[in-house]
Structures are given as structure tokens and as C-alpha cells.
Design a protein. Structure first.
Length: 73
């Protein structure tokens, strides 16, 4: 699943190290606890969550639920 906006994109520190529990963005950026919680919840269900600044601007979060395991024969 992909979620994209048309804003200024994610800050470089978030792209390099992911959201950090006690670090927030500059005032008014909306980078608070939500992304850290989302990463934790993705881990609980075995999914991956990555953050990107796509070409053309904006920010994109990609949730990868992976491939389900093959059924037992």
C-alpha cells in the first residue's frame, strides 16, 4: 500500500534513519509520534514500512505486507 502527498517531502534524517522515538520535525511539519508508531505496528504484523521522496516532489510511505507463505502440502 502506498500513501503519497504533494508537500515538501520527508526530511533527510528521516529517510536515512527512519523516524526516531524522541525526535520530532521542525514546528509545523507534522512529524511526531505517528510515523514511529506506524513503523512499530508494521513490525508487529511482519510488514515493512519505508519512507521516500519520489521524483516530482511530495512524500511517500510504502507498507509492504510481503508475500504470504505457501500452504503446507
Amino acid at each position: 500500500m502506498r500513501v503519497r502527498d504533494r508537500g515538501p517531502g520527508f526530511p533527510e534524517h528521516l529517510l536515512c534513519g527512519g523516524p526516531q522515538r524522541f525526535r520530532t520535525g521542525a514546528a509545523g511539519t507534522g512529524l511526531g509520534r505517528g510515523l514511529t508508531i506506524a513503523v512499530g505496528q508494521a513490525g508487529v504484523i511482519g510488514a515493512g514500512l519505508r519512507f521516500e521522496n519520489p521524483e516530482g516532489g511530495g512524500a511517500r510511505a510504502v507498507l509492504d505486507l510481503g508475500t504470504p507463505p505457501a500452504p503446507d502440502p
